[in-house]
Design a protein around this ligand. Structure first.
Ligand code: NAD
Length: 463
């Protein structure tokens, strides 16, 4: 029996006979060599200076924009992202590169007075070396970019190990980035767990996004190696709806957060908590919204809910809702794609797996709460803590939520899904570990702080 890792395969989830990538896995040694090449390139990349790094990132932003139609079509085909969302992701990807193109000019430290005597005390942030990036398939351009752009801006080089399901998108992104940076500065290494683990075992800093089980294993390795790491993992996000909310608007936000991109976002809503009298009207409004939602071909601009990423993912969604009362839309028929109908399940028995496990599909549970305090307790009762949406018209309820919810992000009168890339992104508990991603937080993550003490050689001259 061969120990070779399985081949890297990527298929169109809307038409699984359409194979985008089928190549042998490069293996662990190729991953280690990629990191070594990136390490050799790193000092030169840093010495090229702020202007060169800024210009490169700006050029990448422009190239992503110029290729927007083609990149959008590729994301639709490879990961089944509905075309409207795919287009928005590509636009966001360009914006991310442009945002970080300014970062090389940011100050890297501060100056302090000495406690006593002449001299200067300085701090300065320096890159780690090689950033090993391990990414999922669900944001095939944006997630690699929101990791790679700050890593490159601060003078690191990058080895990206994308999810096998998003290999073609990552390779296309690599072509664009490599046009703008010197050889060895940005490498995409296709593969799965073997290659991912090899990158984690060799890089100087690791940024991971994916499932909690893999993220925790990655974090064990990086902790043992004593290198900086961040892991963004699963979610089981709640939407809390108070009776004073605009129920129709809340239902529109929540339906999109349940079923948009077939619920395959870490920020998707999977629990809807209706407080008191909100329950009846919300159930009706959500049922109407979900039934009206377009499920089908991701290339159709009306589609909100496309296919699941794999047959296994589709079967997991179907299994998770088996036997549960639900408000559901019909999955498209006559297609071989991996579709599952969006569903809002009701009357869950206590302890049901949907109340504590992430399914990663277009599925949510409707739960009643007597009051806001109970809704917050239900929200906080799960092992995850990524994001909560709160729907209310009152400031008091908003403030109570902000004070007592234990998720890393709270979004008021907005869907749980959707992020602003210039602010810190991340959660608590099993959703995240390590420093935050995005915004200025990312510039901190990809650098470590140095403290310099400068003392004159001849203090008597200054006296
Ligand atoms: P996954 O954990 O299966 O894979 C993620 C990445 O890890 C892939 O590149 C995979 O090849 C790699 N990998 C697998 N085993 C590895 C190992 N032993 N060592 C190193 N790397 C390894 O996740 P997925 O199915 O690609 O993505 C879905 C998950 O990602 C969901 O749980 C979702 O919640 C999560 N996610 C989280 C965020 C966030 O920011 N919190 C964002 C998007 C997705």
């Amino acid at each position: 029996m061969s120990d070779a890792p399985p081949p890297v395969v990527s298929r169109n989830p809307a038409d699984p006979s359409d194979i985008l990538v089928h190549v042998p896995a490069p293996g662990a040694r190729a991953a280690t060599r990629a990191v070594e090449r990136a390490r050799a390139a790193q000092p030169h990349w840093l010495l090229d200076g702020a202007a060169a790094r800024s210009a490169a990132l700006g050029a990448i932003a422009a190239a992503v924009e110029a290729a927007a139609d083609e990149l959008t079509a590729l994301a639709v085909r490879e990961v089944g992202k509905p075309v409207t969302e795919a287009r928005a992701e590509v636009a966001r990807t360009a914006a991310i590169w442009r945002y970080y193109a300014q970062a090389p000019y940011e100050p890297t430290g501060v100056v302090h007075e000495t406690a006593a005597g002449p001299g200067l005390l300085l701090t300065r942030r320096r890159p780690h070396g090689v950033a090993g990036l391990i990414t999922p398939w669900n944001f095939p351009f944006a997630i690699p970019s929101w990791k790679a752009a700050p890593a490159l801006a601060t003078g690191n080089t990058v080895v990206l190990k994308p999810a096998p399901e998003a290999t073609a998108c990552a390779q296309r992104l690599a072509e664009i980035v490599q046009q703008a940076v010197p050889t060895g500065v940005f490498t995409v290494l296709p593969g799965g767990a073997t290659e991912g683990n090899a990158v984690v075992s060799a890089a100087d800093a690791v940024s991971f996004t994916g499932s909690t089980v893999v993220g925790q294993a990655v974090t064990l390795t990086t902790t043992a190696r004593g290198i900086p790491a961040q892991a963004e993992m699963g979610g089981l996000n709640a939407a809390i709806v108070l009776p004073d909310a605009d129920i129709d608007t809340a239902a529109a936000h929540i339906a999109s957060a349940i079923a948009g991109y077939a619920g395959q976002k870490c920020t998707a809503t999977s629990r809807v908590i209706a407080v008191g009298a909100a329950l009846g009207p919300l159930r009706e409004a959500l049922a109407e919204r979900l039934r009206a939602l377009a499920v089908g071909d991701p290339a159709d601009s009306a589609t909100v809910c496309g296919p699941l990423i794999s047959e296994r993912a589709r079967d997991r969604v179907i299994e998770a809702r088996r036997g549960l009362p639900a408000v559901a839309t019909a999955a498209p028929t006559g297609s071989d794609g991996w579709y599952a109908a969006p569903a809002l399940v009701t009357d869950l028995p206590p302890g049901h797996p949907l109340l504590h496990e992430e399914v990663f599909g277009p599925l949510a549970a409707l739960l009643p709460a007597d009051d806001l305090a109970q809704a917050v307790r239900i929200t906080n009762s799960v092992p995850y803590g990524l994001v909560t949406s709160v729907h209310t018209a009152t400031l008091d309820a908003t403030l109570h939520g902000l004070d007592h919810l234990d998720t890393g992000m709270v979004r008021v009168n907005a869907p749980s899904s959707g992020v602003d890339f210039h602010l810190p992104f991340g959660g608590t508990k099993a959703s995240s570990s390590g420093p935050r991603e995005q915004g200025h937080a990312a510039l901190d993550f990809y650098t470590s702080q140095r403290t310099y003490t400068l003392t004159p050689a001849l203090p008597s001259i200054l006296a």
